[in-house]
Design a protein around this ligand. Structure first.
Ligand SMILES: [Mg+2]
Length: 228
């Protein structure tokens, strides 16, 4: 059994900056900041990490109640903002998820810097949420590199396959942070140039497989077969 662990933003979907606008709206509602996330690089970062950076930048205190309020406003705006003409699923993704969904030797989960509620809003918008039986989310750990072992535990529990090993995990993402996360977990790293990084930029971080996008599903399929 191989476990595909998908990143969301830039890998499965592009939100047309819906997440960015929803974060700005939340920062305005809760902290009174205008365009708090202008010039902010979200790529590969977890939501709590982004909030930590915001608090550092503006010298803010963020007790749990304020964070809850922040995320409530964020989710409400995210739902609305996803209805924009630039939001789309990345090339080939819908077909690939559907194909692996019925492949017996592959199980698909999420490994994402989104909080679980945000991940669900984004993926339900595109009718992709139902492909994922489990995941590791930013609620589990603010540091992305800690999410691999959590995803492995969830995969073991979900499948009742307690012998699953880190080498059974394939972490798929669009940033060097995703590649580093795979390395930290002892998992395989697959990178796609459908997000904020070019093919050449990702190549410098030496993922095990690098694709421009998933229009052609064969490179990923062959890579997985080669692991067995
Ligand atoms: Mg991403």
């Amino acid at each position: 059994m191989k476990i595909l662990l998908w990143d969301i933003d830039g890998t499965l979907i592009r939100s047309g900056r819906a997440g960015h606008r929803a974060m700005n709206a939340a920062a305005q509602a809760v902290f009174g900041l205008e365009e708090a996330f202008a010039n902010f690089d979200f790529g590969g970062r977890t939501d709590p990490w982004v909030l930590d950076l915001l608090c550092q930048r503006y010298g803010l205190e963020a007790p749990p109640a304020r964070l809850d309020a922040f995320y409530a406003v964020y989710l409400e705006h995210l739902r609305r903002e996803l209805h924009n003409p630039l939001a789309h699923t990345c090339p080939g993704i819908r077909e690939l998820l559907s194909a692996f969904h019925t492949t017996p030797e592959v199980t698909q989960g999420l490994l994402t810097g989104n909080i679980v509620a945000g991940a669900r809003v984004k993926l339900e918008h595109f009718d992709l949420w139902h492909y994922f039986a489990f995941g590791a989310f930013a609620d589990d750990a603010g540091e992305r590199n800690r999410l691999g072992p959590i995803a492995l535990e969830r995969a073991r529990a979900h499948l009742r396959l307690f012998g699953l090993q880190p080498s059974d995990l394939i972490i798929i993402g669009d940033t060097p942070h995703d590649i580093a996360c795979a390395r930290a977990a002892g998992a395989h790293a697959v990178a796609t140039a459908t997000g904020g990084f070019t093919h050449d930029e990702l190549a410098m971080h030496r993922p095990d497989l690098l694709v421009r996008d998933f229009t052609d599903p064969e490179p990923l399929r062959e890579y997985i077969q080669g692991l067995n």
